[in-house]
Design a binder for this molecule. Structure first.
Ligand code: PLP
Length: 393
């Protein structure tokens, strides 16, 4: 078996250097633990940017579903249908606002589908083209050109021009949203909690006012739930924190339990907008990935992971607050989607945690993001928190 340095050397030789990768190669995972090629074990509060955020690494239920499906049927193309994708779509919509699902592989692709759906639906309803989309400062919707256009300018440099009519306003400023709307505006993209932008939670009153504004002005409201779902926030979906229903919801990351599954979910009113020929994805909803996703949703239901996320997340946040660490300015989040805001850059804390065997993430320079798999054992939560607190003190 190769070592970290051998694998990293080959990575540097053969992979495009678009990620700021650490010189560590991961080779094995189990639940909330992961091992590198040199045999070091880590407690994983990072979970692959949230992709392992529900069931962790190589969960037996997901592994069994994938293994069974691999031997049965691996692809058939969307000229036909397959049962795993209908099972996953039913589970996704039963837990949410009903409607229908389009499957793809990444959060960015799910947002591209939502963008097209929103433009098409708003234009058809208005009887004239509507293309403008409002999103929020500090948001993150992905790296493809449409999703990138909705994401802040610092990610655009060198890739311009962006999609015309992409407008950003401050999260929480309902007057700014109202002022940004004109007769070409089609919709608004909102993260129920901003994950990459610093774990910012919009005020519930703001989100409800936004819902009303969209209704009044004929706009579609999209909840980008790529970080916040499923179960991460202590609700099935993050929009449920705000007691609203979006018109469209996008999913990704944890839905496939580590396999690439993403989805654009349209509410009943909009569920038949995208007719044949309007959108597609060759491998979207392929049986292996869909079987993994169906196993993840079944696990959440069978083991009541929504409630576990809410309860364990609240305990984790309280334990960090109780530690009364002077560097910590704020502890915020919902369920097991937790941000620890420091009074300065967090890169040193991130590195020190890793040296002590805990993986976390740092966003917006000074917000440590904790997103352990929801299935994590209490003893590993305690051990991880002990490392984090000792590093910050
Ligand atoms: N939307 C949100 C809220 C995200 O946090 C991300 C990625 O972090 C994306 C979309 C893009 O997802 P992907 O990297 O799977 O394209």
């Amino acid at each position: 078996m190769s070592t970290n340095s051998q694998i990293v050397e080959a990575t540097n030789k053969y992979l495009i250097p678009n990620y700021g990768r650490l010189p560590v190669a991961m080779v094995r995972g189990s639940g909330a633990r992961i091992w590198d090629a040199d045999g070091r074990e880590f407690i994983d509060f990072f979970a692959g940017f949230g992709a392992g955020g529900v069931c962790g690494h190589s969960h037996p239920a997901v592994a069994a579903a994938v293994k069974a499906q691999v031997d049965l049927l691996q692809c058939c193309g969307n000229l036909f249908t397959n049962e795993p994708q209908t099972q996953l779509a039913k589970a996704i919509t039963d837990a949410g606002f009903g409607g229908k699902v389009f499957f793809c592989h990444s959060g960015a692709e799910a947002n591209e589908a939502a963008l097209k759906l929103v433009r098409f639906a708003a234009s058809a309803a208005a009887g004239k083209p509507r293309h403008k989309i409002i999103s929020f400062n500090n948001c993150f919707h992905g790296r493809t050109m449409g999703a990138l256009s909705l994401t802040p300018e610092k990610f655009h440099r060198g890739f311009e021009p962006m999609l015309p009519g992409s407008v950003k306003v401050d999260l929480g400023d309902i007057d700014a949203v109202a002022a940004a709307i004109d007769d070409q505006t089609a919709g608004v993209f909102l993260e129920p909690i901003q994950g990459e932008g610093g774990m910012n939670i919009p005020d519930k009153k703001f989100v409800q006012a936004l819902r009303k504004l969209c209704d009044d002005r004929g706009l579609l409201l999209v909840a980008d739930e790529v970080w916040t779902a499923p179960a991460r926030t202590g609700k099935w979906y993050g929009y449920q924190l705000h007691d609203i229903k979006p018109d469209v919801m996008t999913l990704g990351k944890a839905v496939g339990g580590g396999l690439p599954v993403a989805a654009c979910v349209a509410a009943p009113k909009w569920q038949d907008v995208l007719q044949p020929g309007k959108h597609g994805c060759t491998l979207g909803g392929n049986p292996i990935c869909a079987a993994a996703g169906a196993a993840v949703y079944k696990l959440i239901k069978d083991e009541d992971l929504v409630a576990r996320s809410a309860a364990n997340g609240a305990k984790m946040m309280q334990a960090i607050r109780d530690a009364k660490i002077s560097r910590v300015k704020d502890v915020r989040g919902a369920g097991m989607m937790i941000g620890v805001e420091l009074d300065g850059p967090g890169a040193d804390a991130f590195k020190a945690c890793m040296d002590k065997g805990l993986l976390i993430n740092c966003t917006r320079e000074n917000v440590l993001r904790l997103a352990p798999p929801i299935v994590i054992e209490p003893s590993l939560i305690a051990k991880g928190l002990e490392i984090l607190i000792s590093v910050l003190k």
